[in-house]
Design a protein around this ligand. Structure first.
Ligand code: FES
Length: 103
């Protein structure tokens, strides 16, 4: 069942930073890029979802998996280079300094 859940405060996520979150059984990568927040699934679709993308390098609007270099566009979740599946992207809402995601 999906619902709006608290992810972080804005003060925890200054510009050009990221957080790795575990909410229930899901890993979520929360990114602050150019005045917008994005939440995408954090387990890399390659290698049975074992590695966390938020541990990877962020360049512009992309994150690169540190293990086999899959590349994903954070705002859309689109897979730009292997393994071929896009990331699940979560809707974000910001209110009173709190970031919430629809998970
Ligand atoms: S585990 Fe991410 S590309 Fe292989």
């Amino acid at each position: 069942m999906t619902s709006w859940l608290f992810l972080a405060t804005e003060s925890e996520l200054i510009k050009h930073t990221k957080l790795t979150l575990q909410i229930n059984d899901q890993y979520i990568g929360l990114y602050h890029l150019d005045n917008r927040y994005y939440a995408v699934e954090d387990a890399c679709p390659h290698a049975q979802n074992f590695f966390l993308l938020s541990q990877g390098k962020v360049v512009n609007e992309t994150v690169q998996c540190p293990f086999h270099n899959a590349l994903f566009h954070i705002p859309s979740g689109q897979c730009l280079r292997q393994p071929g599946r896009d990331l699940i992207k979560y809707e974000i809402r910001v209110s009173a300094g709190e970031i919430h995601g629809y998970l």
